[in-house]
Write a protein that binds this ligand. Structure first.
Ligand SMILES: [Zn+2]
Length: 139
């Protein structure tokens, strides 16, 4: 599973965060850079040629060699989500800035989502965090 390496420097202010990650397009762009730092690479054939399509609001990448389609969130912690990326980014931001951790309840309040959704976001992000800590890399 491709790791989500979205991270924010400690002390990043809310206005700074919103300036850089306040829109869906900015979050898509950030995720694209994280997934393919050297540009698109087809997960099936490793080809670089691709078209960008739109599936509703989501970007879909189609490989020109094997026609495999992949999305930005396939294989990431965001896979299968219907939530806007902005909600996920905000959750990551809030969790990363909280010195003593953040409960699902607090997330629910701050993100304005249902408790179930907040719990799911919290659970998924904590899983990623745990994996990352086990790998010994920096959060
Ligand atoms: Zn391909």
């Amino acid at each position: 599973m491709a790791m989500n390496r979205i991270q924010f420097q400690p002390g990043l202010s809310m206005p700074e965060f919103l300036k850089d990650y306040g829109t869906e397009a900015q979050c898509e762009q950030a995720l694209e850079v994280v997934r393919w730092p050297e540009g698109f690479c087809c997960p099936r054939c490793e080809g670089a040629g691709h078209y960008v399509l739109r599936d509703g609001t989501r970007k879909v990448f189609q490989c020109t060699s094997c026609r495999h389609q992949t999305s930005l969130i396939a294989g990431t912690v965001f896979q299968g989500t219907k939530l806007p990326l902005t909600t996920w980014f905000l959750a990551i931001y809030l969790i990363s800035q909280a010195k003593t951790g953040l409960s699902a309840l607090a997330l629910r309040r701050q993100l304005g989502v249902s408790y179930h959704t907040a719990w799911l976001i919290h659970h998924k992000l904590m899983q990623v965090t745990a994996v990352r800590l086990n790998e010994g890399s920096n959060l």
